[in-house]
Design a protein around this ligand. Structure first.
Ligand code: SAM
Ligand code: SF4
Length: 329
């Protein structure tokens, strides 16, 4: 088991498959992109599968989420999913994606064993989409979402980040859009994880502001908190339910005390927190022929050293060197 010194157990593994992306969301990446990780440093599909198998069969991981960068850009994704789906006990397998290409890939990925998908969608306006992501791809994202739903990847969840003065007036419209299609919408507070270090607390649209905007159109009542468990989203019943909307107040309503996550980057570094400043290198020992016992011990030590919280609200907080796109959100 992966237990830290505060008694939390990591059971949810986030695997970043690439740091590359076909969008340039302003809260994540600069317009010019980044210096991508050199290919030889990326874990191969076989290396990825070995580490995930170790985590699932020996370390108590019960859920695996693929992310990035944009995970659909990784050619081997269906094969990796197929191998992970064959593990026993079989973990739940999910994907966080910007949705571009999902229209075509949803079927093959589901056939390979993918259970669920989260698609990021911050706006319903093609113009605002270009402003936010610096690419004209809204139609592809919407097609991807529809493709996921048609394929039966249920529930389809939608992640939205609101940016002040850009898309912050769209909260009710996004909720209406998702309710009409049976997608589960969650708003995420913008976090200080962009490569260009442009996050400003006073610019962030807070969970309170998001809820106020939604309440102008909908009646929101808190869902049973007992059902939340370690989920980061606070859920609200919309107009009495059963539909819900989630708000992930990572900054103003931190949920670190219930965190059950651990992260593996595309270049084989383990992180015990999105905001960790230290990483544990698994790639070097893996390539040097380390045994499963040695790799498992490293993994356990990494999780054991997890800090109690992300520290964003403390004086002296330092943003991690690695940006969100290279950590895996
Ligand atoms: N490219 C995929 C996508 O956009 O869904 C997967 C990776 S992306 C880093 C994962 C999630 O992180 C997305 O929902 C995105 O909106 C969110 N995200 C990125 N940067 C963020 C930030 N600075 N604060 C909050 N959420 C962020
Ligand atoms: Fe790409 Fe996702 Fe970052 Fe947007 S949030 S730039 S889609 S990795």
């Amino acid at each position: 088991m992966l237990i830290d010194s505060y008694g939390r157990t990591a059971t949810d593994l986030r695997v970043s498959l690439t740091d590359r992306c076909n969008l340039r969301c302003s809260y994540c990446m600069p317009a010019e992109g980044l210096d991508w990780l050199p290919r030889p440093e990326l874990l191969t599909d076989d290396e990825l599968v070995r580490l995930i198998a170790l985590a699932v069969t020996r370390l108590g991981i019960t859920a695996v989420r693929f992310t990035g960068g944009e995970p659909l850009l990784r050619r081997g994704l269906p094969v990796v999913i197929e191998h992970v789906a064959a593990l026993r006990p079989r973990p739940e397998i999910s994907l966080t994606t910007n949705g571009i290409g999902l229209e075509r890939l949803a079927g093959p990925l589901r056939a390979a064993g993918l259970d669920r998908v989260n698609v990021s969608l911050d706006t319903l306006s093609a113009e605002v989409f270009v402003q936010l992501t610096r690419r004209d791809r809204l139609a592809d994202v919407l097609a991807g979402l529809a493709g996921a739903a048609e394929t039966g990847l249920a529930p389809v969840k939608v992640n939205a980040v609101l940016m002040r003065g850009v898309n912050d007036s769209e909260a009710p419209a996004l909720l209406r859009f998702c309710l009409a299609r049976g997608y589960q919408l969650r708003f995420i507070e913008q976090m200080p994880l962009d490569a260009q270090h442009g996050w400003r607390r006073e610019q962030m649209v807070t969970a309170d502001e998001i809820l106020t905007a939604l309440r102008a159109e909908f009646c929101l009542t808190p869902a049973d908190p007992a059902e939340r468990g370690s989920a980061p989203a606070e859920k609200f019943l919309v107009d009495g339910g059963p539909e819900t909307v989630g708000v992930i107040g990572s900054v103003t309503r931190p949920f670190c005390g219930a965190c059950d996550r651990v992260r593996l980057t595309a270049d084989g570094q383990l992180r015990n927190c999105l905001f960790a400043r230290d990483e544990s290198d698994l790639r070097t020992p893996l390539r040097a022929g380390a045994s499963d016992d040695e790799l498992a011990a490293r993994w356990e030590r990494c999780v054991a050293a997890k800090l109690p919280g992300h520290g964003i609200n403390e004086i002296g907080f330092l943003q991690p060197a690695r940006p969100m796109s290279a950590i895996g959100g």
